[in-house]
Every structure is written in C-alpha cells, then in structure tokens.
Write a protein that binds this ligand. Structure first.
Ligand SMILES: [Zn+2]
Length: 124
C-alpha cells in the first residue's frame, strides 16, 4: 500500500475515533480504570416525584443507551486496533489468511480485519 493511501485511511480512522468518542460522551462517562471503556449514565428525566411511570421510562431509556454504548464501544475498539496496526506497520493484512485486504474493502471500512474471502466464509 502506498503512503498516501495509508495516510488517508489513517485520517479516516482518526476522524471516526473522534466521532465515536464524542457520541459516547453524550450519554456515558469514560471509565478511568479501563481504556476505551465507557459507563452509561443513568438518565434522570428530572422529576422529583420518582413516580413508577417515570422510573420505568428511565429504565427503558437506560437499556436503550446501553445497547448503543455497546455498539459504539465495539466499533471504537476496532478503530483503535486498526490505528495500532498502522503504528506497527502491520496494517491491511487479513487476520485469517494474512493476505492483503482489498483496498476497496478498506476504503469502505478502514477498520476491516479480514479480506472479503475470509469475511464471507466467516459469516456463513
Ligand atoms: Zn483472508
């Protein structure tokens, strides 16, 4: 892979990381003990009554946020792993067959870990 393409992909990954972290911080706090781990804040709708209705709504919101947090964290982890590989000069290789990952695939998902062939085998 030429340097220009690599730096473009790196830039893409860094931008995505910034966005993911920003999204996470909207409703979660960064866990100080674990890198890339976030803890969703329990939503407080502001009522002082703590009526059962409102508690149920808050719990539902919290559960939805946990699912979002989980998805964002997984993606953030993938992005960070890809950035780590760029640093170690080991970027763009399929984790299964060790071949180069197709450039089109990396352009569509710069954090891809496997080539198209292995990915389609894996998802069967
Ligand atoms: Zn492969």
């Amino acid at each position: 892979m030429d340097k220009k393409t690599l730096s473009e992909l790196k830039k893409k990954l860094e931008q995505e990381r910034t966005l993911l972290e920003k999204d996470l911080l909207k409703f979660a706090d960064k866990d100080k003990k674990m890198p890339d781990d976030y803890d969703t804040r329990f939503p407080d709708l502001g009522g002082r009554s703590s009526a059962p209705d409102e508690d149920a709504k808050e719990t539902e919101m919290y559960e939805n946020l946990l699912a979002v947090e989980y998805a964002l964290e997984i993606r953030l982890k993938e992005v960070n792993e890809a950035l780590g590989k760029i640093k170690e000069d080991d970027y763009g290789h399929c984790e299964i067959c060790k071949e180069n990952i197709q450039l089109d695939r990396l352009k569509a998902n710069a954090a891809a870990k496997t080539c198209i062939n292995c990915n389609s085998k894996n998802s069967l």
